[in-house]
Ligand binder design. Structure first.
Ligand SMILES: Cc1cc2nc3c(=O)[nH]c(=O)nc-3n(C[C@H](O)[C@H](O)[C@H](O)COP(=O)(O)OP(=O)(O)OC[C@H]3O[C@@H](n4cnc5c(N)ncnc54)[C@H](O)[C@@H]3O)c2cc1C
Length: 704
């Protein structure tokens, strides 16, 4: 006898031709009709779709608000500029009259001051010196007049919200574009976003992340947790777990959980693809989605386990181990189910952080074939029951579209725009101890945005290795005939590919290497030019991600002012780079110098913090920069919360903080920016009376 229970009734599962058994079977199928299980797959999808939808709405809102803020600020800037022009020409007429009279009347009077002033003006003759002194005095007067006119005009032009003249750049207010407070209408949205960021930007302590492998982002963990809880409730709240006998039908709990695991599959694959539909809809780049790829895979694994256990328990309860074995051998889905679960286990367990960190290549080359195999096994296991294959076809659609787009459009070796397998050239150079510069010349990958990265593969150095590096340069066509651009990468040597790269460069053979490229990917989701303040914070080689922002912003800032200038809201860029020794500064000395020199003084502030041994470092000379807007200091790691809090006092309405480097830095910056959301939440104003509208964060982790 094989005993089964249902609603307190005992059945003999071996005797199936009794009226009691037939009644039991009728009750079982009425309680949970077979086709009704389909809804659990759908419920699973709904959750993810709703989250993606919210992300899409947020993206659209950001696009709209960035565009309108940027154009409003560009108009403000143009208005300010024309006011400056007007007031300058008005006062310059007045001044030239005044200058002439003064020059004639007082030349003799100031002659006594000539010797003192000659030293400051650098003039060689008394007449020249006198003129120079007059000019200095008059320029000062002119500047005062301009300021008065400008202030009056700004007020009368109705640039509302109490223009803040103190927040002038370069000590004067002439460069400053007055701002108004954000509209009260958008306050609820602003505060909601700030609240989400207050929680979501937080980071778990690095030890947790590095030892236990918890994702560092609190927001990601909470979102995954919410999804998991939602599915747990759908799975376990319906009380129908088992059938009296397995012959009466599959255990409902096993079916539900299996369908949930199955329905998550398209999302697991979508979150992994460099090109994927989720990135397309939400703008969130694949490397930021990777945490969801892993998290959702673990959730799927959990439900696959529930599914497996329930299907093993049901026959075991009925007829013990003997019947379980019999049933197992007689049912092909048991075999395919075990294989699928083992594959999913291998995929999940080998992606644990400590394995990926130590054996990335091995992990990668096991991961993708097993992932393809897993999908095939699911087709075999699911047999198309309960619309389960629809999730698998969706997965194939996601995979294929991503791969086709990526290989035929994003790579340089399977490009539709040129011959296949024609690669680009790369030149390697040792830049510093353990640091190699890679210059790549490509006519295919010749457009990218600051902060984006490209995958490099050197068939001669490591044919299977495909590694991401941020492009440290800006897209600039160096050969107009074929549109070739130079991509500059800086790679820090670790244990594998980067070490080989460094060793090749150290041979100094001047050799040109063939390189396979794939990219660009990533970058900031938001409009970089729609923020008043941009703070770029990096340590070590993390600067490769922030330096391009600095170069780009300085290029654009150099043109702002006249209405024909680049339309942007940016008023201040702060660039902080924490390095171990002063030699590191040389990697990007030119970029930093150019940035400081190309914009009106004070628009860009550069802070370089050297954490290495000061005595050792002082033996090496730090070549000075010719700008008062760079601060280089030695000391222990700076406290990011203090720095950002200080900076935040003068943040404009909208601020973007970009951070790149080791996990600890990203953690500190993330937590501080999370705290700073209080400024928005509580409707605080900066030291100049302007309300904070948003403080947005973008992190580059150089890993996942
Ligand atoms: C988006 C992004 C941009 C990056 N930009 C730069 C840059 O501009 N300059 C720079 O020096 N480094 C950058 N990195 C890091 C760089 O890709 C890794 O240091 C490099 O891949 C390590 O190769 P390896 O074989 O020498 O590593 P190993 O010594 O084998 O491992 C070192 C670390 O790198 C990780 N890693 C190894 N291979 C990869 C890979 N293919 N993808 C992701 N992580 C990997 C490992 O998990 C481990 O944590 C970036 C990483 C990412 C994700």
């Amino acid at each position: 006898m094989r005993v089964g229970y249902q609603d307190g009734v005992v059945y003999d599962c071996l005797v199936t031709d009794t009226p009691e058994y037939a009644a039991g079977q009728a009750i079982a199928s009425k309680q949970v009709p077979w086709m009704s299980n389909i809804k659990y797959g759908n419920y699973t999808v709904y959750f993810v779709v709703v989250v993606i939808f919210i992300a899409m709405v947020h993206r659209l809102y950001s696009i709209f608000s960035d565009a309108s803020y940027r154009s409003q600020r560009a108009r403000d800037r143009a208005a300010t500029f024309s006011v400056e022009l007007k007031s300058t020409s008005r006062s310059s007429d007045k001044i030239s009259q005044h200058r002439e009279t003064t020059r004639q009347v007082t030349r003799g009077v100031v002659a006594g001051d000539i010797s003192r002033d000659a030293s400051t003006t650098g003039a060689s003759t008394p007449a020249e010196t006198t003129d120079a002194v007059f000019d200095n005095q008059l320029v000062a007067e002119q500047s005062r007049d301009d300021t008065v006119d400008l202030k009056r005009d700004r007020l009368t032009d109705g640039l509302t919200g109490g223009p803040d003249f103190k927040r002038g750049l370069n000590g004067s207010d002439l460069d400053f574009v007055p701002n108004s407070n954000p509209s009260g209408l958008t306050a609820p949205v602003r505060k909601m976003v700030a609240l989400v960021r207050y929680i979501g930007y937080r980071r778990f302590p690095t030890v947790w992340t590095e030892t236990v492998g918890v994702p560092s982002s609190v927001g990601a963990v909470l979102l995954l947790g919410a999804g998991f809880l939602y599915l747990l409730l759908w799975c376990f709240i319906p009380r129908s777990y088992y059938k009296a006998c397995i012959a009466m039908g599959s255990p409902p709990l096993g079916i539900r959980s299996g369908l949930m695991a199955n329905a998550l599959t398209p999302f697991i694959y979508a979150f992994a693809g460099k090109i994927n539909i989720v990135t397309f809809i939400t703008g969130t780049s694949y490397e930021k989605l990777n945490v969801f790829h892993r998290g959702v895979a673990w959730i799927s694994f959990f439900f696959a386990l529930v599914h497996t256990v329930v299907f093993l328990v049901q026959p075991a309860w009925e007829g013990g181990a003997k019947y379980l074995k019999e049933y197992f051998m007689a049912t092909p889905q048991y075999t395919s189910g075990v294989v699928a679960t083992v594959f999913l286990f291998v995929l999940s367990i080998f992606s644990l952080q400590f394995i990926r960190q130590r054996y990335y290549e091995a992990f990668l080359h096991v991961h993708w074939p097993v992932a393809i195999g897993y999908l095939g096994i699911l087709f075999w296991h699911d047999t198309g029951a309960l619309a389960s294959w629809s999730f698998l076809w969706a997965t194939i659609g996601v995979l294929l579209s991503g791969y086709l787009y990526r290989y035929f459009y994003k790579t340089n070796y399977l490009q539709l725009r040129r011959n296949w397998f024609s690669l680009d050239e790369a030149v390697l150079r040792v830049l510093d101890d353990g640091v190699v510069q890679v210059n790549v010349f490509s006519s295919i990958i010749n457009k990218w945005k600051p902060g984006q990265h490209v995958y490099l593969r050197f068939p001669e150095i490591q044919p299977l290795g495909n590694h991401p590096f941020s492009v440290a340069s800006l897209p600039e066509i160096i050969d107009k005939t074929d549109g070739t651009a130079k991509l500059r990468f800086i790679a820090k040597a670790h244990g594998g590919f980067t070490k080989m790269l460094y060793e090749q460069a150290a041979k100094k053979t001047e050799k040109e290497y063939q390189v396979m490229l794939d990219g660009p990917y990533g970058g900031v989701e938001r409009d970089l030019y729609a923020f008043d303040d941009v703070c770029l914070v990096a340590c070590g080689s993390g600067v490769t991600a922030t330096i391009a922002f600095l170069s780009d912003l300085s290029n654009k800032l150099a043109t702002v002012g006249p209405p024909t200038g680049f339309p942007m809201a940016t008023q201040k860029v702060r660039f902080l780079w924490i390095v171990r020794n002063c030699r590191n500064i040389e990697w990007f000395r030119n970029e930093i110098t150019n940035a400081l020199e190309s914009v009106p003084s004070g628009l860009i502030e550069v802070y370089i913090h050297i954490t290495g041994n000061q005595n050792m470092d002082s033996k090496q000379e730090i070549r000075p920069f010719d700008s008062p807007h760079i601060v280089i200091e030695h000391g222990p790691r700076p406290k990011m919360n203090q720095i950002l809090r200080k900076w935040s006092e003068s943040f404009g309405r909208r601020t973007l903080v970009v951070t790149s480097g080791v996990r600890g830095l990203n953690c500190d910056v993330g937590n501080t920016v999370a705290d700073l959301q209080k400024l928005v939440l509580l409707g605080k104003t900066n030291t100049h009376g302007i309300q904070y509208e948003e403080i947005s964060l973008h992190t580059e982790m150089f890993g996942w």
